[in-house]
Write a protein that binds this ligand. Structure first.
Ligand code: APR
Ligand code: PHB
Length: 391
């Protein structure tokens, strides 16, 4: 079998790339290790920059997002029980859209099915070869049989634990990593959100985030120890802890209910450079991870896909490789800025076990600077709504 582009991974990066290439008449095959249901079961952040929304529109999957997504024109920072609003719209002229990653993935899967383009789920033993030359191939096991597909390009959209990055010779790759000394315990519940906007809280007991998926479904997080296990966190304990970390108005308004999902996620900053090796491109979590504090994970995946889809479409139309050659550097300039912002938001809002009283005082000064300075709050806001793309 032969296709123009093999895409490894049917997360948002792989599916969005597949859709954009398909609409440009480029033939793709998506290979995904898990089942469709499993992929849809993963709960992740739900804040979209306008650039990501525009790209989903370009991919023809924006209808439900526009009907059901919530426009948020500000966020709230809560320090020591007091809330301070950052007016994203007034500071940048832009807003963000709250729409769950699960829904983005579902819309993309539906569009892929409707397009008739081929995706294979529950594929094992994916192995990449020949991407340093002109004839890349991908082998895989599907329904008990080994298959091999040849292609022009491979897009490694297979997340942090995927096979694509690991297929690159170690000496060709530079990896940067920071693991944070805490995790996020997240709860999804069918209760109305405590506030119209997201609340990011820095409290002496640790960070908390009040987010949402809709007017009737909330997503809440509390900073927890990396040694914690979800079984130690009954719903009751979670709600009590969340209530203790937010301001008194939010604590009073908080409506609790049974959790429909509860999980602990570690926090990590990670970048692999470069993002292209011959005819293999890495995109999304396969190349970089950010802590969720700035809600940048999905947005960065979309921004890689924007550059990659344009580069490949340009290549097939013109036969040139200028855009392909520029892919890695263009992505990485934006990636590093989001890595910086996510690290900075994380540093501002969490309790770090080793930072002590001076760390706390510096956080307070930082907050006071953000609230008191239009330049500082604009810096936060312009990063939160998403920095511009090149070209
Ligand atoms: N073969 C085939 N598929 C694989 C393999 C493999 N060896 N390894 C991993 N995969 C699949 C995973 O099962 C997953 O469905 O690749 C997909 C990668 O999807 P994501 O992890 O969602 O990564 P990405 O598409 O880059 O999306 C980035 O996800 O983690 C969040 O914050 C992040 O929101 C961002 C988004
Ligand atoms: C979420 O809704 O899951 C969410 C929102 C904002 C973040 C992180 C997660 O910064």
């Amino acid at each position: 079998m032969r296709v123009q582009v093999v895409i490894i991974g049917a997360g948002p990066a792989g599916l969005l790339l597949g859709q954009l290439l398909h609409r440009a008449g480029i033939d793709t095959l998506i290979l995904e290790r898990k089942s469709q249901e499993y992929v849809l079961g993963r709960i992740r952040a739900g804040v979209l920059e306008q650039g990501a929304v525009d790209l989903l529109d370009e991919a023809g999957v924006g209808a439900r997002l526009h009907a059901e997504g919530l426009a948020h024109e500000g966020i709230e920072l809560c320090f020591s029980g007091e809330r301070h609003r950052v007016d994203l719209q007034a500071l940048t002229g832009k807003h963000v859209t709250v729409y769950g990653q699960t829904e983005v993935t579902r819309d993309l899967m539906d569009a892929r099915t409707a397009s008739g383009a081929k995706s294979l789920y529950e594929v094992d033993d994916v192995a990449l070869a020949g991407f340093d030359g002109n004839t890349p191939t991908v082998r895989y096991l599907h329904q008990g049989r080994v298959h091999e597909v040849s292609c022009d390009f491979i897009a490694g959209c297979d997340g942090f634990h995927g096979v694509s990055r690991d297929s690159v010779p170690a000496q060709a790759l530079r990896q940067y990593e920071r693991v944070y000394p805490f995790g996020w315990l997240g709860v999804l519940a069918d209760v109305p959100p405590v506030s119209d906007e997201l609340i990011y809280a820095n409290h002496e007991r640790g960070f908390a985030l009040c987010s949402m998926r809709s007017h009737t479904r909330s997503r809440y997080y509390v900073q927890c120890s990396l040694d914690d296990h979800v079984d130690q966190w009954s719903d009751e304990r979670f709600w009590q802890e969340l209530r203790s970390r937010v301001d008194s108005e939010a604590a009073e308004r908080l409506i609790t209910g049974p959790s429909i999902e509860k999980s602990i996620a570690p926090l990590r900053s990670f970048v692999a450079e470069p993002m292209r090796f011959g005819r293999l491109f890495l995109a999304g979590d396969a190349a970089h991870i950010v802590p969720p504090t700035g809600a940048k994970g999905l947005n960065l995946a979309a921004s890689d896909v924007r550059y990659l889809s344009r580069a490949l479409i340009d290549h097939y139309r013109t036969g040139t490789s200028t855009e392909i050659d520029a892919y890695s550097d263009k992505c990485l300039r934006r990636v590093w800025k989001a890595v910086r912002f996510s690290w900075w938001m994380t540093s501002l809002l969490h309790r770090f076990p080793d930072n002590g009283e001076i760390g706390r005082k510096i956080q307070e000064a930082e907050l006071s600077y953000i609230i008191g300075s239009r330049a500082a709050s604009t810096s936060l806001a312009e990063n939160y709504v998403g920095l511009p793309f090149e070209d």
